[in-house]
Design a protein. Structure first.
Length: 283
């Protein structure tokens, strides 16, 4: 069942010289309900631009996005975002920060019901014993857990992750990746992740969308990551397919790095042969 349809998505910006700068052009992607899709590419390729347009936080220049049965026209609680920085209210506790969203999204629920939703979300991310702590009393990883709890408490149909683990150390990053997978396996939330980390997208995602270089970036290839769920890190890392997927992503990014030296080249064709996993070429 299709959850998200992105068609001919384009983002353009005016510049002082009267010409239009096109950051993203003709981005087309369908995402199934419960699917976990990653966006990867070099800096400036428009990954976060696509994500913020899907979130309704960035105006669409052309094309459109359908979530469920409706074309989006702005932000909504059906699409929750977790950013690299959790942006918590420093004077509020973890519980208070989560309740901010809950109170707005569930205005007709009783106080007890809203409290139960917030507590459930905080327990789901492992903060059952830290609900009354303020951000200054929490580590960076704990703060990001609050950000994740705040997002899932809205019960979104689509979860959008914009490099949510980028500021964390390796151990904390892996812990939170496992937390995300546990939640998504249980709640079946359709998820889109922007990341620079190839290990991360292979471990987490069902498909990885590789973008061409900006400006005028679009989809270059789509790589299917054919591991069953629930996923277990140790067993995946023993499978040769895991490393074949990593090698393909790294090869793609390396090839694109060479193309960045010539701004005239914005080819979105499949540049590299690969037989270890399923690869789609952008149409």
């Amino acid at each position: 069942m299709r959850q998200v349809e992105i068609f001919n998505l384009t983002k353009s910006y005016p510049n002082p010289y009267g010409e239009t700068f096109r950051a993203v052009v003709d981005f087309n992607l369908n995402i199934e309900k419960g699917e976990f899709v990653g966006l990867i590419g070099h800096s400036g390729c428009g990954k976060s631009t696509v994500l913020t347009m899907l979130a309704g936080l960035n105006e669409i220049s052309d094309g459109g996005i359908i979530v469920g049965d409706s074309e989006i026209t702005g932000a909504g609680p059906d699409r929750a975002v977790v950013f690299q920085s959790p942006c918590l209210m420093p004077w509020m506790t973890a519980f208070g920060n989560v309740m901010l969203g809950v109170n707005n999204v569930y205005p007709h629920a009783t106080k007890a019901q809203r409290k139960q939703i917030a507590e459930y979300a905080l327990c789901a991310v492992g903060l059952a014993d830290s609900m009354n702590k303020r951000p200054t009393e929490m580590s960076g990883g704990m703060q990001q857990r609050v950000g994740i709890a705040r997002a899932i408490a809205l019960k979104p149909t689509v979860l959008l992750l914009d490099e949510p683990f980028g500021r964390l150390d390796s151990l904390t990053r892996m812990e939170l990746q496992d937390v995300i997978l546990e939640i998504l396996d249980r709640e079946k939330i359709t998820t889109v992740l922007v990341s620079h980390d190839v290990d991360e997208v292979v471990f987490l995602c069902d498909r990885v969308v590789m973008m061409t270089n900006g400006p005028a970036a679009t989809i270059g290839e789509i790589l299917s990551i054919d591991f069953e769920r629930p996923r277990e890190r140790t067993s995946m890392m023993k499978d040769p397919l895991y490393y074949q997927c990593l090698d393909h992503l790294l090869s793609y990014l390396t090839e694109r790095a060479h193309l960045r030296t010539d701004p005239r080249i914005h080819d979105s064709s499949n540049l590299l042969g690969f037989t270890g996993a399923k690869v789609e070429t952008a149409k």
